[in-house]
Structures are given as structure tokens and as C-alpha cells.
Design a protein around this ligand. Structure first.
Ligand SMILES: Cc1cc2nc3c(=O)[nH]c(=O)nc-3n(C[C@H](O)[C@H](O)[C@H](O)COP(=O)(O)OP(=O)(O)OC[C@H]3O[C@@H](n4cnc5c(N)ncnc54)[C@H](O)[C@@H]3O)c2cc1C
Length: 545
């Protein structure tokens, strides 16, 4: 499938040496590995905790449903009991495989709003305003519709239109327009507001993870070495200079020294975990676990943010949903054959077919809610689809105020960290979710969808008052898989990295992944992480000159 790991195992005593050592071959790490090794001048080691991406379901778009609970490629984290979600722990899948979460995600290509990046700049992060980051979105992109003011063509990352526009998803858009939302052909163009079809990171009906888009073309370079099933356990320091990465492979501890820099791209949960295990984090926490403090950095693991999603399930009057296909052995086989022969049909469906962005309060300048529409329904993602004909749409508040934390539980690198998101812990967040549900319901009741609707199954007609809707959010709300900001970029005392993503107070160490976002963007997070890694590559190579 994609990149080959090296066949030559180093001996136990061997210490490898490279210009750059990258920890984590996820959305960000694969971009870095490609860009930093491209001119052949630098040697690069890419370490990935998980295996190669040989699981066939990775490459079939709808296969993400099979990967939610696939232990072989997924860290499968759980949050602590969430106080505002009736004490429920929320399941948090994360890719543990070449491509990282881009190998198991929902494939939607949404960058967020221009204002997100301008806000980053306003918070003092020079060089991260929308005009600054747009060239990097374009550089990454191979847009099926061609290049324009907002899009690039010819980049490594294919961005494609939906291969399988079904009548329900189109009816959702028409219904949203009937309620007064504008039709939007491009959520990544001039304005995000409105309803339309999503674009996906796919090509010819196959997933384009960063392992496929960035690593596969680079894998034969003599100056790039890729090691899989090789979790980094800690970073070794000489004073305050990061020197080497200690990792475990085949039961053996190995050391890789970095002549220039170590780049941590383990994602929003694992990057702060690795820093804390290495002695960079809140000093009291580290001491409690017997870890020598290299740098007291209280911001490491602070400010964890995530998007909550609350789903509405509808019973459909026609047997045209994915539920009907999955529940019919004959139609299931037909769908498989269609995909195998033409790479088309329902197996090309991503985590949303159509969607909408709207404001719950007209005084807002940009949308605060994203809706993902899907022509199927289930109680929980990754579990069986309903036996009845059904479809669903979820509300996702785009800029939550709630903040959580990530802290190690022990000095054992194999122990899962303690994850607290604190969903719905502010009034603004609770109100946005309730108001978002009310607006989504209006769309689902609009004329264009009427021919397809029997009834609302969840939350159901009896759930009407604000209080009842909030209770539904508490009982059923779940993640939409966008944790960020645990090693936040900024200038304040809790900021972990500076605007060049260098770890404050440490030499030779950068963090490059979703954890550096100053705050969560108003959309899906894969495209923004790839942009961050494209920009980081330029900065790293610039600093090497
Ligand atoms: C189920 C799911 C659905 C999603 N759907 C979408 C979507 O439709 N659209 C969208 O834009 N975004 C989506 N996302 C979010 C998006 O995929 C992530 O935000 C993005 O991939 C994060 O990139 P990253 O580089 O920060 O981390 P990751 O891509 O998670 O990469 C981190 C990598 O580091 C490795 N690693 C971690 N620790 C170590 C260690 N100690 N040693 C070695 N390797 C290590 C991991 O195994 C992993 O491969 C989804 C995510 C999930 C999980």
C-alpha cells in the first residue's frame, strides 16, 4: 500500500543520527517528512507508533465506520467522566497508523473561516492571519475544480467533489435554502455561510490520507527513513537542548539523535503526553510521577478544546438510505461490486455528504454552527446502522468556550493519558447547542424534505422545551473528533510554542500538529493541520539556511 518501512533493523547498541527526527506520521508528520526530505540535503527519520496502512478499509472512504474501534490502527482513548454530559466518558478515536488520523477520519475538506486565522493573528501570532495561511492551503491542494483565488491545483492533496450525490443529501440543501440560508457551492471560498455539498480528500473514490498523498511519493528517497511500530517514549536533553528521541521497537529501546531539530507531531493528545513524559510540563504533575523537570511549562496539556456533536435522527419514508442497503444482503453485495468495478456508489460516502453553516444569533458576524448531513442513521458512530430507513444530521458548535486538559496518569509511556474536555461547561456553549438544534429542526421540517420524512426519531417530537433539548445534548452529545490546542502557540505565560512553533525555553524542538492551534477553527481540522505542517516546513527549512 503506502510507504515501506526500512527492512534493516539497527542493532541494539546503535545510535542513529539524522538532521531531523519527526515523531508521529499523522496529518502533520507525513507533510513534514515529504517537504524536509525533498531537496535531498537533509536526512530525516519519521517514527510512527502504529503500523503501515495495509488495512484495506483505510482506503475505502466509507471504511471509516470500520476503523472507529479497530484497535490495530486506533488509540481508542476515552475521556474522564464529563460532568455536563451526565458523567459519561466520551470515546475518542485517534489514528495509530501511517497517515495518523487522516487514515481513519471522515475525509471532509473544510478549512474553517477566514476570521479564525485573523483571530490567531489578533492574538499576537504574527504570520498566521488568513492572508498569510492561504498560500499554504493552496500549496497543499490539488482541487478537482481547478485553481482560483482560494484554491490550488497540482499540490499533493486531492480535494474532490462528492462522487455519489444522493437525493436525500440534495433535498437537505434545498430544505436549508427554503429556510433562508444561501446556497453555498464552496465552503472554503469567499464565505462559509449557507448550505451545500462537502468536498472530500479523495481521488477516484479512494481516501487520500497524508500517508498516501505525501509519504508515498517520498518513500524511496535515500535520505528519508520511515520506522513503523516505533513509539517514542521520551525526548533526551542536554541541558535545555533537545538531543535525541528514545523509542521502542520490537521490544528494544533505541535512540535517534537529531543534529538539527526534533519535531513532535503526535497529535493533540499524544504530543503533550510525550512532552510531559520527557520532563516538559506542569512541574507539580511531573514530580508527582517521579519525572525530572527539564522545564516547568504549565501550558503543556492546558487549553484542550474539541467540537461536540449532537445528532438528530429521522425515519425515512423511502427505502433509499444507506440503512436499507446495509440491511439487505443483496444490495450490500451490489454496492461492493459497484465500488470494486467503478469506485463509485455509497462506499464513497464521507462523514457528511451535504451540510450547512449558520448563525444561532443574528448579531454574530460568522456562523457558529456546522451541520453534517448523512443519508444513514445509527445510535453511535461505528456501530450498527438502524434497522429502519433513516437519515441523520448533527449540530456542531464551531467555537466552543469550554476548555479542558490533558495530563499523564503515570510515568509509563504505554499508559493512556487523562483526558478532560469539559464539554458544555459554559452558558454560551449550552445555548448554542440548543439554538442550533432548533434551527436544524426547522430545516428538517422544510418542504423539500417532507416527501422523505415519516417522523423525527431522536430527540423525538416530545422533546421541545430548551431544558429538554439541553438534556438531550447532555445524554447524547459526543465528539466530532477535533481535539486541539494542548501545546498552544502564543505569547502569554501558558503558550507552549512561539510563532515559529519552537518550544519556548527549549532549543532544537518544535511541535507541529493540531496541538499548536491557538484555538479551534470553525470547521474540520485535517486541512488546517496540513496547512500548519506546510508552513512549518518552510520555517524549518528557512531556519536551516
Ligand atoms: C474518526 C475521526 C474523524 C475525523 N473526521 C474528520 C473530517 O472528516 N475532516 C477533517 O478535516 N478532520 C477530521 N478529523 C480530524 C483530523 O483527522 C485531525 O484533526 C488530524 O488528522 C490531526 O492531525 P495531527 O497531525 O495533529 O494528528 P494525527 O493525524 O492523529 O497524527 C498523530 C500521529 O502520531 C502518532 N504518534 C502519537 N504518539 C506517538 C509516539 N509517542 N511515537 C510515535 N508516533 C506517535 C500517531 O500514531 C499518529 O499516527 C477526524 C478525526 C477522527 C479521529
Amino acid at each position: 500500500m503506502s510507504p515501506q518501512a526500512s527492512d534493516t533493523e539497527p542493532s541494539v547498541s546503535e545510535t542513529l543520527e539524522f538532521d531531523y527526527v519527526i515523531v508521529g506520521a499523522g496529518s502533520a508528520g507525513c507533510v513534514l517528512a515529504n517537504r524536509l526530505s525533498a531537496d535531498g540535503k537533509h536526512s530525516v527519520l519519521l517514527l510512527e507508533a502504529g503500523p503501515k496502512d495495509t488495512n484495506l478499509w483505510i482506503h475505502v472512504p466509507l471504511g471509516y465506520g470500520r476503523l472507529f474501534k479497530a484497535k490495530s490502527v486506533n488509540w481508542m482513548y476515552l475521556t474522564e467522566p464529563e460532568a455536563e454530559l451526565n458523567g459519561r466518558s466520551v470515546f475518542q478515536p485517534r489514528g495509530k497508523v501511517l497517515g495518523g488520523s487522516s487514515s481513519i477520519n471522515g475525509l471532509l475538506y473544510v478549512r474553517g473561516q477566514h476570521a479564525d486565522y485573523d483571530r490567531w493573528r489578533q492574538r499576537g501570532n504574527q504570520g498566521w492571519g488568513f492572508d498569510d495561511v492561504l498560500p499554504y492551503f493552496k500549496k497543499a491542494e490539488d482541487q478537482q475544480r481547478g485553481a482560483d483565488d482560494f484554491h490550488g491545483a497540482g499540490g499533493p492533496l486531492p480535494v474532490s467533489d462528492l462522487g455519489h450525490p444522493d437525493p436525500l443529501s440534495a433535498a437537505f440543501i434545498a430544505a436549508a435554502v427554503e429556510t433562508g440560508l444561501p446556497l453555498n457551492r464552496d465552503f472554503n471560498g469567499t464565505s462559509q455561510e449557507g448550505a451545500g455539498f462537502f468536498q472530500t480528500t479523495t481521488r477516484y473514490g479512494r481516501r487520500a490520507s497524508t500517508a498516501v498523498a505525501y509519504l508515498r511519493p517520498a518513500r524511496h528517497r535515500g535520505n528519508l527513513r520511515i520506522e513503523t511500530s516505533a513509539p517514542a517514549e521520551r525526548i533526551a536533553f542536554d541541558g535545555r537542548r533537545a538531543q535525541a528521541v528514545v523509542y521502542r521497537q520490537g521490544g528494544v529501546l533505541r535512540t535517534a539523535r537529531a543534529r538539527r531539530e526534533i519535531l513532535i507531531s503526535g497529535g493533540a493528545f499524544n504530543s503533550p503526553q510525550l512532552l510531559q513524559l520527557s520532563g516538559i510540563g506542569p512541574a507539580d504533575l511531573l514530580r508527582r510521577h517521579g519525572i525530572d523537570v527539564v522545564l516547568d511549562a504549565p501550558g503543556v496539556g492546558h487549553d484542550l478544546q474539541d467540537h461536540l456533536q449532537v445528532r438528530v435522527v429521522m425515519r425515512c419514508s423511502q427505502r433509499i438510505t444507506l440503512n436499507d442497503i446495509v440491511n439487505s444482503p443483496f444490495r450490500k453485495v451490489l454496492t461492493g461490486v459497484r465500488y470494486a468495478a467503478f469506485r463509485s456508489g455509497p462506499l464513497t460516502i464521507a462523514a457528511g455528504t451535504s451540510g450547512a453553516f449558520f448563525k444561532t444569533d443574528p448579531r454574530l458576524s460568522t456562523p457558529d454552527i456546522q451541520v453534517h448531513f448523512l443519508p444513514f442513521s445509527t445510535d453511535k458512530m461505528g456501530e450498527k446502522l438502524h434497522a429502519f430507513s433513516g437519515f441523520s444530521a448533527s449540530v456542531c458548535q464551531l467555537r466552543p468556550e469550554s476548555r479542558g486538559s490533558l495530563r499523564i496518569r503515570s510515568a509509563d509511556p504505554a499508559a493512556a493519558p487523562e483526558i478532560r474536555i469539559n464539554y458544555l461547561s459554559t452558558e454560551v456553549d449550552r445555548t448554542a447547542n440548543v439554538e442550533g438544534l432548533k434551527i436544524l429542526r426547522k430545516i428538517l421540517q422544510a418542504p423539500a424534505l417532507r416527501p422523505y420524512v415519516v417522523e423525527e426519531v431522536d430527540p423525538g417530537a416530545k422533546v421541545v422545551s430548551d431544558e429538554a433539548l439541553l438534556n438531550y445534548c447532555r445524554a447524547r452529545g459526543s465528539t466530532i473528533y477535533h481535539p486541539t490546542s494542548t501545546c498552544r502557540m502564543g505569547n502569554d505565560p501558558l503558550a507552549v510554542v512561539d510563532q515559529r512553533l519552537r518550544l519556548r525555553g527549549i532549543e532544537g524542538l518544535r511541535v507541529v500538529d493540531a496541538s499548536v492551534m491557538p484555538d479551534l477553527v470553525s470547521g474540520n481540522t485535517n486541512a488546517p493541520v496540513i496547512m500548519i505542517a506546510e508552513k512549518a516546513s518552510d520555517m524549518i527549512l528557512g531556519d536551516a539556511r
